[in-house]
Design a binder for this molecule. Structure first.
Ligand code: ZN
Length: 769
C-alpha cells in the first residue's frame, strides 16, 4: 500500500513536471514575464492611498478642495470684437498648507503674438493647405489675442506684484495666505476676440458676411484660478492648446453688457429677466416652464431675422448668478433664435435650452432642445440627478465645446435648409456629448489638463449609452428598424486604431499634449474599454452600480484616475487591475484564437505517452491505482472499435468503480460523455480578456461558455480546455458576437474558416464580369 502511494505521487509529479517544462519554454521567449504578469496588482503604478484619498477610491477624511468665488463686470465691444472685464476673486485656502503666491490662468495667451504653441510642433512644407489657413499662416501678422492685464490689486486697491509665464500668472501675496484663510483681489483686462472659425479656437465669434453680424460663444474670457490640490500642489502646467482645463469650484456673479438688441444666455440663473426680456419673451418663458413634452419658442426666427437687420447703439446688462460651478461661459448675438422646455429630473424642473442663428434651421428647431432634454434624463439615470437649473446648447460652426450649463455645438444644414443624415446625427451626437460634459468634468471635476480621458472617455462612454437610448426614445428620428448609428463605443469600431502602427499609439494614461491621435486616445478607446467592461467583463448590474458610486462619491469634487479605478473594484468585488493595466497603461490589443483540437476516447490500456512515463520511472501497470486512460484518436494505438462509445463500455476499471461505489439510482442518473476534446486556445494579443467560446455539436445544438480572463494568468499565450460531451463537436467560435475588439478574427474559428482577402474578392469579382 505504501509503495503504491509513493509510485502514484511520483507519477503525478512527472505529469506536473511536463506542464512546468512547457511553461519554461515560454519563459525563455519572454524574459521577466513574472513581473509583467497582467494580473499583478497596480501597487507600483497607483499613488499610495492617504487621508485625502482612501484606498477604497472614496474621498478620505482629510479630503479638501479650494474655492474661488468671482464677481465680474464684462463688456462686449461688438463693433471692434473686443472684450473688457474686471473681476474680484475671493480665494479660500481649505488646504492644510500656507500659500505665499497664487497661480491664475491666462488661457487667451495661447493666442498672444508671443505664444510658444505655434513653435512647438515639428512641421514640414505641406503639399496643400486650406486657403484660409495658408493666408493666416504665411501672409498675415499673427492674431494678437492675448490678455492685456491692466491691473492686479489687493482688497484695498493696492497693486499686487505679478509675473506672467506664458498662460500662467503668479500673484505674489504680501502676506502668507494661511491654511483656512481667505484672500480677495481684483484684476482688470481686455483682449481681442478671435474668429473661432479660422483657428479652431474654443471660443470667439463667427462673422456672417450676408448680414454683417457676429455670433459670439465666449469662454476662457477671464483670468481663472488654477487648482491647488493634494495631488499636484498647483496645477500650473501651461495651456498649449490640447490639454484642457483644471478649475476649482466657486460661486459666480457676472454682469455682462452687450448691445441692447442681443439675446444672451450663459452659466447661471438670470437675475434681471424683467430688464432684458421683452414682455412677450417673459410670457413665453412662463409657458416653457410648464412645457415638458416640447420646446416653446422664446425668440422666433422671424424676430431674430428682424433683429439682425439693425445694430443697436444702446446697451443692456445681463446679470447671471451661478453656484458651485467650475467655470463660466456665455453666448450672445442679435442673430439668436431661442427656445426652451422643462425637464423633470428627480423632483426638480430643469430648463433645456437652445440658441441658434437661422443658419442652424430647420435642424436646430427640431432636434437641439430634444437632445438636451434627453441627455439630462439619460445621464442623470446613470449617475446622479442633474443639479443645475438649466442646460443650454448653442449652435456654433465647427464647435464642440463645453462649460457649466452651456455648450457650443456644430451641425449646420446647407443654405437651402437640406441636410444629410451625417449632419443630423453629428449634431445630435455632439449635443449629447457636450451637454453630457456637465457631468464629467463640470461636476465630477477631474483634471483635464493632465488626464484627457477622465472627462472625454467617460463622457464618450455615457454619450454612447445616451445615443442608444435616444434611438429607443425617438424611433421616428432614426432610420426604421435600426439602432442609433453611434460613431464611437462599439467594440469593432476601435479595431483599426488598436491594431494600427504602434509608433502612433500612446497608452490612455498619457497627457493629452503627448498623444498622437487625441480622438482615439482620449475619447474612443476609453469609451470602448468602459463599454466592454460593462457589457462583457462585469455585466450591467455590477458595472452600473460601481460607476454610479464613482459619480456620486466625486460629484462636486476632484477625482484622480486611481479614485475611479479603485471605486470600480470597491463597489463590485471584481478585481480589475488586469483590465486597467492592459487597456489603460499599455498599447496592447486583443487577439484571441482557437489553435487546435485533439479528440480522445476512454481506453483500458495506457497510451503511448503514459507507457513512456511508466518506463522512465520503472513503474508497472499493476503498481498503479485504478486509472481511466485517454487515448488520442489520431495516435498509432487508436482502436477503431472503442471510438464514440460510453466510457464504462471501454473501461473495465471504470465499470468496476461504478458497481462498487454507486447505487442503482446513481448509476441510472449518470451521464456518459463519449467524446473528449482537448481544445487549445491561443492569445497573440497582449490583452487578457474573458475567453468567450461557442461550441457547435453535430446535432446543430450550441453551447456558450465564458472562461474568466484569469484563465490567462499563468500562461499568457496558450491555454487548454477539455470538452467532454455526449455529442460530437463540429465547430468552435471564439468571441462569436464580436464583443471584445479582437483585431484578427481569422484565427477565431475551428475548423478554420476560409477568409478571403479584399484582393481575392476583387479578383473574383473581375472574373464574374
Ligand atoms: Zn468632449
Amino acid at each position: 500500500m505504501r509503495r503504491m502511494k509513493h509510485v502514484f505521487a511520483s507519477l503525478l509529479f512527472l505529469i506536473a513536471a511536463l506542464a512546468v517544462a512547457q511553461e519554461e519554454v515560454r519563459t525563455e521567449r519572454e524574459p521577466g514575464h513574472i513581473n509583467q504578469n497582467k494580473f499583478k496588482q497596480l501597487y507600483e503604478e497607483f499613488a499610495t492611498p492617504n487621508t485625502y484619498r482612501s484606498a477604497s477610491g472614496a474621498p478620505g477624511p482629510d479630503y479638501y478642495q479650494q474655492q474661488a468665488d468671482y464677481k465680474m463686470d464684462i463688456e462686449l465691444d461688438d463693433k471692434n470684437a473686443k472684450i473688457y472685464g474686471s473681476e474680484t476673486i475671493t480665494y479660500t485656502n481649505n488646504s492644510p498648507d500656507d500659500l505665499t503666491f497664487l497661480w491664475v490662468q491666462l488661457d487667451q495667451n495661447v493666442r498672444s503674438k508671443t505664444s510658444k504653441s505655434p513653435l512647438r510642433d515639428d512641421e514640414g512644407v505641406p503639399v496643400a493647405e486650406p486657403v484660409a489657413k495658408f493666408a493666416a499662416k504665411y501672409m498675415t501678422e499673427p492674431f494678437d489675442g492675448g490678455f492685456n492685464i491692466e491691473y492686479v490689486r489687493d482688497a484695498n486697491g493696492k497693486a499686487l506684484p505679478y509675473t506672467i509665464n506664458q498662460t500662467m500668472m503668479r500673484i505674489d501675496l504680501p502676506q502668507v495666505l494661511k491654511s483656512k484663510g481667505q484672500v480677495s483681489f481684483s484684476i482688470k483686462w481686455w483682449y481681442n476676440i478671435p474668429d473661432h472659425t479660422v483657428n479652431r479656437a474654443r471660443s470667439g465669434y463667427e462673422y456672417f458676411p450676408k448680414d454683417g453680424n457676429r455670433a459670439y460663444v465666449i469662454a476662457q474670457f477671464f483670468p481663472r484660478m488654477a487648482v491647488y490640490s493634494d495631488m499636484e500642489g498647483w496645477q500650473n502646467h501651461q495651456f498649449w492648446g490640447s490639454g484642457e482645463f483644471a478649475l476649482p469650484f466657486g460661486n459666480y456673479e457676472v454682469n455682462i453688457t452687450v448691445p441692447a438688441d442681443h439675446i444672451l444666455d450663459g452659466t447661471g440663473e438670470l437675475q434681471n429677466m424683467k430688464e432684458v426680456f421683452s414682455k412677450e419673451m417673459i410670457s413665453r418663458y412662463e409657458k416653457a416652464k410648464k412645457s415638458y413634452d416640447k420646446p416653446v419658442i422664446i425668440v422666433s426666427q422671424a424676430e431674430a431675422e428682424e433683429a439682425e437687420k439693425g445694430f443697436s447703439e444702446k446697451k443692456k446688462t445681463w446679470k447671471l448668478k451661478a453656484e458651485n460651478v467650475r467655470d463660466f461661459g456665455f453666448a450672445t448675438s442679435r442673430k439668436f433664435i431661442y427656445d426652451m422646455q422643462a425637464v423633470k429630473i428627480g423632483n426638480r424642473d430643469v430648463m433645456a435650452i437652445s440658441m441658434y442663428p437661422k443658419e442652424g434651421n430647420p435642424l436646430w428647431e427640431e432636434y437641439s432642445t430634444k437632445a438636451v432634454a434627453h441627455t439630462l434624463r439619460s445621464y442623470s439615470a446613470h449617475t446622479f440627478d442633474y443639479p443645475y437649473p438649466k442646460a443650454i446648447s448653442v449652435h456654433a460652426k465647427n464647435q464642440g465645446m463645453e462649460y457649466p450649463m452651456i455648450c457650443w455645438n456644430y451641425g449646420r444644414p446647407n443654405e437651402d435648409g437640406t441636410y444629410s443624415d451625417r449632419v443630423k446625427y453629428g449634431m445630435i451626437s455632439v449635443i449629447i456629448h457636450e451637454v453630457g460634459h456637465n457631468f464629467f468634468p463640470m461636476i465630477v471635476n477631474s483634471d483635464e489638463r493632465q488626464w484627457g480621458w477622465m472627462d472625454e472617455g467617460l463622457d464618450t462612454f455615457m454619450q454612447y449609452m445616451a445615443e442608444q437610448e435616444f434611438g429607443v426614445a425617438y424611433p421616428e428620428a432614426i432610420a426604421p428598424n435600426s439602432k442609433y448609428p453611434s460613431g464611437r463605443g462599439e467594440p469593432t469600431k476601435i479595431i483599426p486604431y488598436m491594431s494600427g502602427d504602434q509608433s502612433t499609439i500612446a497608452p490612455i494614461m498619457s497627457n493629452p499634449e503627448n498623444v498622437y491621435q487625441l480622438g482615439n486616445n482620449a475619447y474612443a478607446k476609453p469609451a470602448t474599454a468602459l463599454n466592454i467592461l460593462r457589457e462583457t467583463v462585469m455585466g450591467r448590474e455590477l458595472f452600473d452600480h460601481a460607476f454610479k458610486t464613482y459619480a456620486q462619491r466625486w460629484m462636486f469634487k476632484h477625482p484622480s484616475p486611481e479614485d475611479f479605478f479603485r471605486t470600480m473594484e470597491d463597489a463590485s468585488a471584481v478585481d480589475l487591475d488586469w483590465y486597467w493595466r492592459s487597456w489603460f497603461y499599455t498599447t496592447d490589443y486583443v487577439d484571441i484564437g482557437v489553435k487546435g483540437v485533439k479528440k480522445y476516447y476512454v481506453s483500458d490500456k495506457p497510451s503511448k505517452q503514459m507507457r513512456e512515463i511508466m518506463a522512465a520511472r520503472n513503474i508497472k501497470e499493476e503498481d498503479l491505482p485504478p486509472l481511466v486512460y485517454l487515448e488520442e484518436e489520431e495516435s498509432e494505438d487508436a482502436d477503431a472499435k472503442l471510438k464514440g462509445k460510453a466510457p464504462s463500455e471501454n473501461s473495465k476499471t471504470l465499470k468496476e468503480f461504478m458497481m462498487d461505489n454507486m447505487s442503482v439510482a446513481e448509476r441510472n442518473a449518470i451521464k456518459e460523455p463519449k467524446y473528449f476534446y482537448e481544445v487549445t486556445f491561443n492569445k497573440p494579443g497582449g490583452i487578457p480578456m474573458p475567453l468567450i467560446v461557442e461550441y457547435t455539436y453535430a446535432d446543430g445544438s450550441k453551447e456558450n461558455v465564458t472562461y474568466p480572463p484569469e484563465i490567462w494568468r499563468k500562461n499568457d499565450q496558450e491555454v487548454k480546455r477539455v470538452v467532454a460531451s455526449g455529442k460530437e463537436l463540429v465547430g468552435i467560435e471564439v468571441d462569436p458576437k464580436a464583443e471584445t475588439a479582437d483585431i484578427d478574427t481569422t484565427n477565431n474559428s475551428w475548423p478554420t474558416k476560409e477568409v478571403k482577402s479584399d484582393f481575392e474578392l476583387f479578383k473574383e469579382n473581375l472574373k464574374g464580369k
